[in-house]
Ligand binder design. Sequence first.
Ligand code: HEC
Ligand code: HEC
Ligand code: HEC
Length: 427
Amino acid sequence: MKTWRIAGLVAVPFVLAALAIGIFLFAQQGGLAPYRLPVDDGRVVAGDAATLRRGEYLARIGDCAACHTARGGAAYAGGRGFATGRGVIYSSNLTPDREHGIGAWSIAEFAHAMRHGVSRRGPLYPVFPYEYFATLADADIDAIYAYLRSLPASANVPPPNRLDFPANLRPALVLWRMLHYRPAPAAATDDNRGRYLVDGLGHCAMCHSEREPGGALASGGHLAGGRIPGSGWYAPPLDAKQLQRYPVEQLAAYLRSGTSDHGAAYGPMAEVVYRSLQALREDDAIAIARYLKSIPARRAREAAFTLLPEPQRQPEVAGDGAEIYRHACADCHGNDGEGKSGRYPALRDAVAAIAPDPINAVRMVLYGGFAVTTAGNPAPYSMPPFVQQLSSAQIAAVTNYVRENFGAQRSRLTAADIEAMHGIVLD
Ligand code: HEC
Ligand code: HEC
Ligand code: HEC
C-alpha cells in the first residue's frame, strides 16, 4: 500500500508536466479554433467570366486538377491515390455534386478547409497542401471556389483510404498536428508576388524541403532540398546559390518550358511543369524566378546520401565509366556533357549530376525518361532505359563518371547500390 502511495506521489509531477506539454502543443497548432467549422454567413461569390478565368488560372498554378483527377477519371472528381509511408490516401471530389463533391459547401467552409485543413470529414491528411494554401488571399480562394462550382458535377466516390493503424483514424491527425503543424500567419500581403506563389499556391516546399523521417519539416529545412517522402526522387534546394547558374529570364523560361541549358525537368518536376507551371503568365514566372534567386542559401548539410547503408557496400567499382559514356551517352549528351541544344539536355551542372543524392541520376540511367511537351519545348526527345543494356556495375561506373566529371560530386556508387534501387518504391 505504502509503496503505491509513494509511487502515486512521484507520478503526479510527471502527469502534470505531460498535461502541460499537451495543452501547450494543442495551443501551438491553433487550439480548438481549426476544428470548429464556420457557420454559413450567406455570402455569395460572384461567378462572372473574369472571376472564373482567374479561378481557373489559380487552380492550375495550385495543381488542384493534377491531384484531384484520377487517371482516366472526370476532371476534379477525385480518386487519385497517393502512396505515403503508411498506406494510400485518395483525393476528394471537388466538383459541385451536392452529395459527393463540394456542391453543398458554403464559401466559408471551403475557405476553412483551404486554410486549416479541416472539413466536414474532420482533419485532413497533409497530402492536401493546406499548410501552404493557408496564406492565400480571400479573393483568390473565392475565385478558385467560383471556378470549381462552375465545373460539371460528377457523382464519383473516391475509394476509401488504405492506411495502417493508427494513421487510418482521422482523429489521430490531431496528434500529428500537435507535433508537426503550426498555422501559417493570416493571409500574406501580396507585396512579393514571387514569394506568394512559391510559398502559397505553388506549394513548392512540399517537395523541395528537407524533412525528418516522420515527414515533418527539418529545422531550417524550408526549400533546403531533400528526398521527397514516399517517393524515390530528390528535389534540389531552391535558393540563390543553387540557382546562380540560371539568369532570371532563363529560370522563368525553365519553369514554363521544362528545359534549359542546365538540364531538363524530369520525374515529379516534369509533371509539375506539364500540369501546372507551363500555364504561368510570364510576369508570374519572372516574379517566382526573382524570388527564388533572392533566397539566401541554407547552412550546408553533410551529404549523407547513399543508396545502401555503409556495411552493405562493396568498395570498388567495375567498368570504365568514361568508356561506357562515350559509347552509350555521348551521342545525345555530348562528349563534355554539353548536350545538343534544344534536343538533348546538358549533363554539365544538371541537377542529377550536382545533387548530393545520387538517386535521380541512377533512376534516369536505369529507367530513362520522357521530357515534357510544352509550348517552349514542343517536340521533346526521350531518354532510353539502360536497365537491360548495361550491367549494374556498368551503370554504377557511368553514373559515377557523370557525377564526378559534370557535377564535381565525389561519387562511389557500386553495383550493389544499383541493385538496391530496384527495392525503392518508384513513384
Ligand atoms: C499534392 C496533391 C494535392 C494538391 C496539389 C491539392 N490537393 Fe486537395 N486534397 C488532396 C488529397 C489527397 C485530399 C484528401 C485529404 C484527406 O482525405 O484527408 C485533398 C482534399 C481537399 C479538400 C477537402 C475535401 C473534403 O471533402 O474534405 C479540398 C477542399 C481540396 N483538397 C481543395 C484543393 C484545391 C482547391 C487545390 C488547389 C489549389 C488542391 N486541393 C490541391 C490532394 C491535393
Ligand atoms: C512534386 C514535387 C515537386 C514540386 C511540387 C515542385 N518541384 Fe521542382 N523539382 C522537383 C524535383 C524532383 C526536381 C529535380 C528533377 C529535375 O531537375 O527535374 C525539381 C527541380 C526543380 C528545379 C531545377 C533546379 C536546378 O537546380 O536546376 C527548379 C528551378 C524547380 N524544381 C522549381 C520549382 C518551383 C518554383 C516549384 C513550385 C512552383 C516546384 N519546383 C515544385 C520536384 C518538385
Ligand atoms: C537518345 C538520347 C539519349 C541517350 C543515348 C542518353 N540520354 Fe540521358 N537524357 C536524354 C533526354 C532526352 C533526357 C531528358 C529526359 C527527361 O526530361 O525526362 C535525358 C536526361 C538525363 C539525365 C538527367 C539530367 C538532368 O537534367 O538532371 C541524366 C543524368 C542522363 N540523361 C544520363 C545519361 C547517361 C549516363 C546516359 C548513357 C548511359 C544517357 N543519359 C543516354 C537523352 C539521352
